[in-house]
Design a protein around this ligand. Sequence first.
Ligand code: FMN
Ligand code: ADP
Length: 296
Amino acid sequence: MTARIVPLAEVHARPRTVALGMFDGVHLGHREVIAGADTVLTFHPHPTTIIAPGRTPPQLTTVERRARLVGDVGVLELVLIPFDAHVAGQAPAEFVEEILVERLDVRGVRVGENFRFGHGATGTPELLAADGRFDTTIVPLRREGGETVSSTRVRELVARGEVAEAHELLVEPFVIGGTVEHGEKRGREIGFPTANLHPPDGHALPAHGVYACRATLADGSRRTAAVSIGIRPQFESALGVLVEAYLLDYEGDLYGQQLELEFLHRLRGEQRFDSVDELIAQIGRDVDDTRRLAPV
Ligand SMILES: Cc1cc2nc3c(=O)[nH]c(=O)nc-3n(C[C@H](O)[C@H](O)[C@H](O)COP(=O)(O)O)c2cc1C
Ligand SMILES: Nc1ncnc2c1ncn2[C@@H]1O[C@H](COP(=O)(O)OP(=O)(O)O)[C@@H](O)[C@H]1O
């Protein structure tokens, strides 16, 4: 069940166990921090939008997806702290007093060992642990395949198109959701109509190429989908980078609908063929591969 998204200003104080962090992706390591907490407290928008504008890393998960993922592991509320000038300038002790103790009435706090907070990121897990008003659990960084699991590592996998490897660290597949927009109406002419998705601004995208995915439609139904991400070198297009999904065994109108894509396997890079017929033949093979790799 999805966790309730609550802005800090609307939260009610009650005895809580709170996990603190950004938790972008809700990966294996995050899940160890979150386990046993009833509340996740996170900063939104991302702190770098204030501290280092233009340097916000591409996001693996929207707030809505994070709420769903943390809800699935038992969290009831996802509390959002607007990371504004006030919070950015707050000393660690003030953050603890005002937000953790007064607003939230925390009894338990769970953080990863590299968590930092407060002005200049000077607040540490040890500082939390020294506070006798609540119990602090400091969770060691999870390692997998000899390396620390981190959002950065998952972003790198996604950026290289290694979505199956990202899936392993994320536990759930990497997902892009968005509204279906109008394209150039060429898809239906070549026999493969594609729903063109507009991903949220700042969201991570897999490397250009073709992927076997599972799609969830607005009504909750699921379809296998062959998805192309890129600039479509076969055709001159002014549309920039597109995320396009051909839904197998589907006919209907998706314009304006919300569509969610789970990326399961990378099939190939995007190509320019000698003829459109060759592109069509290749898309046919992509669709066969997709049916095998992403059954619903
Ligand atoms: C599975 C799949 C693979 C694709 N591979 C390529 C490709 O390698 N090169 C390319 O230029 N376009 C590729 N496309 C994009 C098509 O060219 C595009 O869907 C078509 O131009 C329709 O565009 P429209 O939705 O704007 O009408 C692929 C599309 C799909 C669904
Ligand atoms: N199997 C399908 N997969 C994807 N879209 C489909 C499918 N069947 C019908 N559609 C509809 O057709 C549209 C895509 O057709 P297309 O000719 O590629 O137009 P556009 O260029 O506007 O994307 C989708 O947005 C959707 O409304």
